[in-house]
Unconditional design. Structure first.
Length: 444
């Protein structure tokens, strides 16, 4: 099957050789232990599509890959491999027809210090599913789960093992991508029985910082390191903000690490036309805007104005940045939306403007935003939320009465019942074990 995919990629390469509207992305994917990869994929796409459920192009056993993609000024790469944490990083082609050569060094999943809640999820594709079963620790430090099933194989993953909330494949020799950058282990059953093992020693032994380099472009490593720093800073940021506010009753003095990033950005100020200066300005714009004063926000806007294509890396942050400086300026982006070069940014501006109109009772303006979203982004799931909220024909179904119940909360002695919940409105939020961002924010 892998040879078939490689053949398809080669045919695509030959077919596109004469067309400069495409670029070539090639290179080598390196396992943490230096051994051949069990299974790996590389996906190159626009920033807004990087989390779509698609595995990407398979990587050869040697770690080599090469693929052609349509030229875009802003791209994202997702590199994934069995036993390794997926790596997401920006890719900025210099021109149409460009060839970008990469060395991608992956790191194993980062494990929690406490693995007492480690469990298996998955199933055999039939009715006998492994919903969530705890694994037992063995004398040699590994973890084991034994299953009995009527299916020939089981597809399973390990949960509650990583710091970031991602799922880990559960050993074995055969794997299946789960389309989020993680993998299922395909474990054959013998006489209806299978043992699933997980050994944390390998993951801890081979830990290193993920790295992306290019022999042709030193900036590739800088973009990757910066994007990773911003993403790690954002992870868990709102929990820290909430704790700070609870103690101080304001955000004054709250330091998320933004000052060191801002100072680093200032070192590029002598070359305001440089790609790195503009790119870093947009990356700073991904942080909660209250972390910066109006003067700093205005400086970011001057470095990367609203029509800078790099805002595709932070499409939903642009309007809040402008509104932080001046509310009317934020509203004016709706008027300027057709001048914006980043493809996704107008959609967010239209959606936000439509919701504001809805809150203010301006149904005509809300309807105009709804129709424009449908026309400009007909099948784009990024704007599904806005379309649903602005849909004039949406119906709110009448619910059923909640039956009597009483439940003790997991992490406190508090008991919640139907009676205790009466008389208040609640925001219901739903999470899934296969959702990477969900697990990152709520690992348990």
């Amino acid at each position: 099957m892998r040879l078939f995919f490689m053949a398809v990629l080669i045919l695509l390469t030959v077919a596109c050789n004469g067309d400069n509207s495409w670029i070539t992305v090639k290179g080598r994917l390196h396992a943490a232990d230096g051994k051949p990869l069990k299974m790996a994929h590389v996906r190159v796409t626009t920033p807004g599509a990087i989390y779509d459920r698609a595995a990407g192009a398979p990587v050869h056993d040697s770690g080599r890959f090469e693929l052609k993609v349509p030229y875009q000024a802003t791209l994202m790469v997702r590199a994934s491999a069995v036993d390794h944490e997926p790596l997401f990083f920006p890719l900025i082609p210099k021109k149409e027809g460009d060839t970008i050569d990469l060395d991608i060094y992956l790191t194993p999943y980062r494990l929690r210090d406490d693995l007492s809640e480690i469990a298996v999820i998955g199933g055999g594709g039939g009715t006998e599913l492994i919903k969530k079963m705890p694994m037992e620790k063995t004398a040699d430090g590994r973890y084991r789960y034994v299953t009995v099933s009527g299916t020939p194989v089981i597809f399973c993953q390990i949960i509650n093992a990583t710091r970031g909330g991602r799922t880990i494949n559960a050993g074995g020799q055969s794997f299946l991508p789960d389309s989020t950058g993680d993998y299922f282990s395909v474990i054959p059953l013998k006489e209806g029985r299978a043992e699933v093992y997980f050994d944390p020693a390998w993951y801890r032994e081979h830990q290193r910082e993920p790295l992306v380099t290019s022999p042709l472009d030193d900036d590739v490593e800088k973009y990757t390191r910066l994007e990773r720093r911003i993403s790690e800073l954002r992870q868990g940021l709102y929990v820290k903000m909430k704790a700070w506010y609870a103690m101080h009753k304001s955000y004054d003095g709250f330091d998320a690490g933004q000052d060191s990033l801002y100072d680093e950005w200032q070192r590029y100020k002598n070359d305001t036309a440089s790609v790195m200066y503009r790119f870093m300005a947009v990356q700073l714009g991904r942080l909660p805007i209250f972390l910066f004063g109006k003067e700093n926000a205005a400086e970011i806007m001057a470095a990367a104005p609203y029509d800078d294509v790099f805002w595709e890396y932070a499409p939903y942050n642009l309007q809040s940045l402008y509104a932080h400086v001046d509310r009317a300026l934020g509203d004016s982006l709706f008027v300027w939306r057709d001048r914006i070069k980043a493809p996704s940014v107008p959609g967010y501006i239209i959606g936000i403007t439509g919701l504001k109109a809805l809150r203010e009772g301006d149904k005509a303006r809300a309807l105009m935003c709804y129709n424009e979203l449908k026309k400009r982004y007909p099948g784009d799931n990024k704007f599904k939320f806005y379309k649903a909220k602005l849909n004039p024909d949406k119906k709110i179904a009448e619910g059923n009465p909640v039956p009597d119940f009483e439940v003790k909360l997991l992490h406190s002695e508090e008991t919640v019942s139907r009676q205790s919940l009466l008389g208040r409105y609640y925001l219901m939020d739903f999470w899934a074990v296969w959702c990477g961002p969900c697990r990152a924010e709520m690992p348990n």
